[in-house]
Design a binder for this molecule. Structure first.
Ligand SMILES: [Zn+2]
Length: 562
């Protein structure tokens, strides 16, 4: 393609309203154009990348026996009423009323479309297992649509749905799907980590998230590089580094103190390390009332673990609630606690001797407080928020904290949707049973944004070869005839070439090449032709080299195939 004829050229400056690297670079380099927050047009360059990303996904889904279909974006509202998601997803659903007062939902996901579809074709165990997918557009009224292609209101997605006769069959297929996902990211040049998503109160661990490391990520994950495993911060487990605390239990004493409310203030006032402060956090647990959670001062309670422990919703007690309970904020302690509440302790408090804690009165603390002797707990549990500094629970290696983007997720749906839509099959024993389902999503446009977040420098995008819009950016400087001929030659060899044939100065063309980020730049000029050569430079390397024109085709093929 000749760049002079190209629709959607680079801009001199990035758009002033771009709040993320991917939005800034993709817009400035002419890949996308914003229509509204979270709504983008893919220009020719963007569409070329999109097509390559989709083809990689398509090949990997076909490899796990996925069959491609295309479902509608508009769904009659009664389908969503049947599953109850018209209510549970109400805040993000776009709805519309058509002629005849017919109501529709814009598909935010397609369980409501695919399950009744499967019900029309699946009758017997002989029809299963079966898996279908589509590459399609989704609509979600996203309140925080400001991360370019990372978070859209209208966005591309591949969603696959699998149908099985048994949990075992779903489990086996799910493993294959996880591998297919890993392959997709790897082929797009990305290192992915599959983490078990936070179960929360209402589900068990039946889903996985795929996280890609990038600074722009909104998620925090904890890595063990030795095990090559990752955990979501929300539910991460790890081994605590125990303090060196071998002293004997001393006599408990009440002391007067002037201090602030924080753990650091407290530790400073008593001249002890933070871990020796016994921290008490009071929560209100749904239907159970108030409970005190005890943890070492240098650690924090993980709310998701706490919800999973109680299997109830909960929230921190407000200052007003504490007052009502007769507790003094900043000086709460399980020793002689005036409120009638029970205490659950994180395992971390077991190994500390002679804690410092409040005395349930303003400006009064207790020192040399010991569990068992001075206060009792109802139960111990793992309630700690695991951060960098903890050790891997499997190999005891240091855990590392990284920022990540969620680039895909997979769920074992079980029979929820089958039951909603009467999707049953007749098993070998002649009985009718609900079909067991799984679903698997990858945001296609989000993946493009993620790749740009992972691959860029001060000059622009650096596309991995597999998804670059073109393989070669050809620049002619003078030597117009030779440049035209080289362009035709390269094209006839089947290479994907973007030919900057404009009359601009070389500097402009070089800047353009860097901004667009095509992997290989070839420059032909009168000077290079004196040696029957061209200048060869890779976007991710700083040095250029000269290559004889007679060697060029082989060298390009070699580069592209490696
Ligand atoms: Zn490990």
């Amino acid at each position: 393609m000749r760049y002079s004829k190209f629709f959607g050229k680079t801009r001199h400056d990035p758009p002033c309203d771009a709040e993320s690297i991917n939005a800034k670079l993709l817009t400035q380099a002419g890949f996308v154009e914003k229509v509204a927050a979270g709504i983008y047009t893919l220009l020719p360059l963007g569409h070329l990348v999109f097509t390559k990303v989709c083809n990689i996904i398509r090949e990997e889904m076909n490899a796990v026996d996925g069959q491609e279909i295309l479902m509608p974006a508009l769904h009659p509202i009664d389908l969503w009423e049947k599953t109850g998601r018209i209510k549970t997803m109400d805040d993000i659903l776009y709805k519309t009323t058509a002629s005849g007062n017919k109501k529709f939902v814009f598909g935010a996901s397609h369980e409501e479309a695919v399950t009744p579809l499967a019900a029309k074709y699946v009758n017997s165990y002989k029809d299963l297992p079966m898996s279908v997918y589509q590459i399609q557009t989704k609509f979600r009224d996203e309140p925080r649509a400001k991360s370019g292609l990372l978070r859209g209101r209208e966005f591309g997605m591949k969603d696959m749905y699998s149908f099985h006769t048994s949990e075992e069959d779903l489990d086996a297929y799910y493993e294959r799907a996880l591998q297919a996902y890993t392959n997709v990211y790897e082929r797009c040049g990305l290192k992915s980590y599959a983490t078990t998503a936070s179960g929360g109160v209402f589900t068990d661990n039946l889903s996985h998230e795929f996280s890609i490391q990038t600074e722009a990520g909104e998620d925090t994950i904890l890595l063990c590089e030795k095990c090559d495993s990752a955990q979501n911060l929300e539910i991460a487990e790890g081994n605590l580094v125990e303090p060196d605390n071998t002293e004997k239990e001393e006599e408990m004493k009440e002391v007067d103190v002037e201090r602030g409310f924080s753990v650091a203030d407290n530790a400073k006032a008593h001249d002890v390390p933070n871990y020796k402060i016994l921290k008490t956090v009071v929560y209100e647990v749904e239907e159970e009332g108030f409970v005190g959670i005890l943890i070492r001062g240098d650690l924090n309670v993980n709310d998701t673990k706490l919800e999973n422990y109680f299997k109830k919703k909960l929230r921190s007690a407000s200052p007003a609630q504490l007052k009502e309970l007769g507790l003094v904020q900043g000086f709460i302690s399980p020793v002689n606690n005036p409120a009638d509440i029970s205490f659950i302790a994180d395992n971390s408090i077991k190994s500390v001797v002679n804690f410092v804690t409040g005395a349930n009165a303003l400006n009064k603390d207790l020192v040399n407080v010991n569990q068992g002797r001075d206060f009792q707990v109802k139960d111990f549990a793992d309630l700690v928020e695991v951060r960098a500094g903890f050790k891997c629970k499997d190999c005891n290696n240091d855990l590392k904290e990284i920022k990540a983007v969620e680039a895909g997720n997979t769920f074992k749906l079980g029979t929820k949707y089958s039951e909603n839509f009467g999707l049953n099959f007749t098993d070998q024993d002649g009985k009718s049973k609900p079909v067991i389902m799984g679903c698997y999503g990858i945001g296609t446009t989000r993946l493009i944004g993620t790749i740009v977040e992972a691959y860029n420098d001060d000059d622009g995008i650096i596309w991995p070869k597999s998804v670059a819009p073109y393989q070669i950016y050809l620049i002619g400087i003078g030597a117009n005839e030779e440049a035209d001929k080289l362009y035709e030659d390269l094209k006839s060899q089947g290479f994907e070439v973007l030919y900057d044939d404009r009359k601009d100065n070389p500097g402009t063309k070089f800047k353009n090449a860097d901004l667009i980020g095509i992997p290989l730049r070839i420059v032909i000029s009168n000077r290079t032709m004196e040696n029957d050569s061209v200048e060869w430079k890779l976007r991710n390397e700083s040095e250029a080299e000269m290559v004889k024109t007679t060697d060029l085709n082989n060298k390009i093929s070699e580069f592209l195939n490696n």
